[in-house]
Design a protein around this ligand. Structure first.
Ligand SMILES: NC(=O)c1ccc[n+]([C@@H]2O[C@H](COP(=O)([O-])OP(=O)(O)OC[C@H]3O[C@@H](n4cnc5c(N)ncnc54)[C@H](O)[C@@H]3O)[C@@H](O)[C@H]2O)c1
Length: 449
């Protein structure tokens, strides 16, 4: 059902039009809400108003353009320019302060102060950014209370997958935790226009922690997969075979496959969870351990490659080291470089192999985005192989699975190394040229064949 024209919550203000805010804005506009986004970044603001997204999400541009044209969605620079709204949804970023691994809440505070200045009696504020436990009640609420009016407050976490956000916003269950029952019901009614299932929980904190533990569980699941890859590498067997065989037909096994774990959520949410739990004198030991395992991958990878190079490559020339797949994940395809392990991998290459020249390729990223990582963009997939001594697959973009490594290896340097962090190819049936060898994370045994 579409939002009725006379609904008291038809006018929605979404603050922060990043990945979360913009996809939500489009889906809400499609559901019949009249959406005004507030985005302080001029470039993003202009793009949105011209119907274009500032990131890759399949189908988003066309749907955004449609809603902008219909007049259901527009973006403004400041909350002062919002004509009217009864619903305020906060979707600004909550980055980590890197060296302390604590959350920077400045944007949340600033936005809450801005909302408080225009809050009217019976408006509702929905916090959707990922926050540590207690932020809705102890940080946002006191700032909103300054308005001196009665209002509703709910925490409604975003749990969509980048690349599938538009579909998941209208299909995933939406968790809703309100300050009180009236807040929960009101937020539930709003999200009920988007998705069929609403999970009402009893407190703000319950909703906050659900988001954090969902992502921490994923991080831990991948950490275990990465640790299994390490076990298999020392035993000299295939991690892919071990994991797939363990899962087949066995209902009590749901092991993930190993690979780099990054992105704007998994790289920080276990820390945000830990920060809140530690502040309450709890012990988030496992959450932090998962991060430790997943963050070791860049170092282990480049150390392994160094050993492989020492054994085979004799050339004194500056070697070409190419990273294929730079975004934090390949599937669903994204251009998002936030939290990508390509960045610590590049740092490790510079530290451990200072004489190599680093090149990069990602079909989803522009040359400008690739250059921003301090490496040289390859023009096309052939360039990825041409003269490379090392080719590292950092993500599993769909463009890679069709590659014919047997013929492309001819373009590589003698005794080159293909190191795959995603075991995307059947290494046992490859017939590579030029002495090039294939293997990788959980597939180290292939190099010794
Ligand atoms: N990216 C995801 O897939 C995802 C998924 C679930 C949850 N989250 C969480 O949602 C939140 C937002 O994530 P994101 O990826 O959309 O972040 P983002 O950095 O892409 O977007 C945030 C936007 O808010 C804008 N902004 C910041 N302060 C502002 C202000 N005072 N006024 C107006 N605009 C302002 C920024 O310019 C930016 O465009 C974070 O807490 C994140 O952890 C993200």
């Amino acid at each position: 059902m579409k939002v009725p024209f006379n609904s008291k919550d038809r006018e929605v203000c979404i603050i922060g039009l990043g990945y979360v805010g913009l996809t939500l804005a489009v889906v809400m506009a499609e559901a019949g809400f009249k959406v005004t986004g507030v985005e302080r970044n001029n470039h993003i603001n202009d793009l949105v108003n011209s119907g274009k997204a500032h990131f890759l999400e399949i189908g988003l541009d066309a749907r955004l353009e449609q809603q902008v044209k219909n007049g259901n969605l527009k973006s403004v620079i400041s909350i002062d320019e919002v004509e009217s709204a009864s619903v305020y949804i906060i979707t600004v970023g909550t980055p980590l302060v890197n060296n302390s691994k604590t959350t920077n809440l400045e944007a949340i505070k600033l936005v809450s102060e801005g909302v408080a200045k225009r809050l009217k009696a019976d408006d509702i504020v929905i916090l959707r950014s990922t926050v540590k436990i207690g932020v809705s009640r102890n940080v946002v609420k006191p700032l909103l209370d300054e308005a001196g009016v009665e209002y509703k407050l709910a925490f409604c976490p975003e749990r969509t997958l980048e690349g599938k956000a538009l579909a998941e916003l209208v299909s995933l269950p939406q968790v809703v935790g309100g300050l009180d029952d009236a807040s929960t019901m009101r937020a539930s009614d709003i999200f009920g226009f988007l998705t069929p299932t609403i999970i009402r929980v009893t407190t703000l904190e319950t909703a906050e922690i659900i988001k954090l533990i969902n992502n921490t569980q994923r991080d831990l699941m991948f950490a275990f997969a990465n640790e299994i890859a390490g076990y298999c590498d020392v035993v000299g067997i295939s991690a892919r075979e071990v994991i797939n065989s363990a899962n087949i037909g066995y209902p009590r096994s749901s092991l993930a496959l190993p690979g780099p774990v990054g992105g704007p959520c998994l790289e920080k949410d276990p820390y945000i969870l830990s920060e809140g739990i530690k502040a309450l004198k709890g012990n988030p030991a496992l959450a932090l351990l998962g991060r430790t395992v997943n963050e070791e991958l860049p170092k282990v990878t480049i150390e392994n490659i160094q050993l492989l190079l020492d054994k085979k490559v004799t050339s004194q020339e500056k070697l070409k080291f190419t990273i294929a797949g730079l975004a934090f994940k390949g599937r669903p395809e994204t251009s998002d470089l936030r939290g990508t392990l390509a960045i610590p991998i590049i740092d490790e290459i510079k530290r451990i192999l200072p004489n190599v020249e680093i090149f990069g390729y990602d079909p989803a990223c522009s040359n400008e985005e690739i250059s921003s990582l301090g490496i040289t963009p390859c023009g096309n997939l052939e360039d990825v192989f041409k003269d490379s001594s090392v080719l590292l697959f950092q993500n599993n973009n769909p463009a890679f699975e069709k590659l014919n490594l047997n013929s492309l290896s001819r373009l590589m340097r003698q005794n080159g190394i293909i190191y795959d962090l995603w075991s995307q190819f059947d290494g046992t049936s490859l017939e590579l040229s030029n002495g090039v060898r294939y293997g990788g994370h959980g597939l180290m045994y292939l190099y010794n064949k």
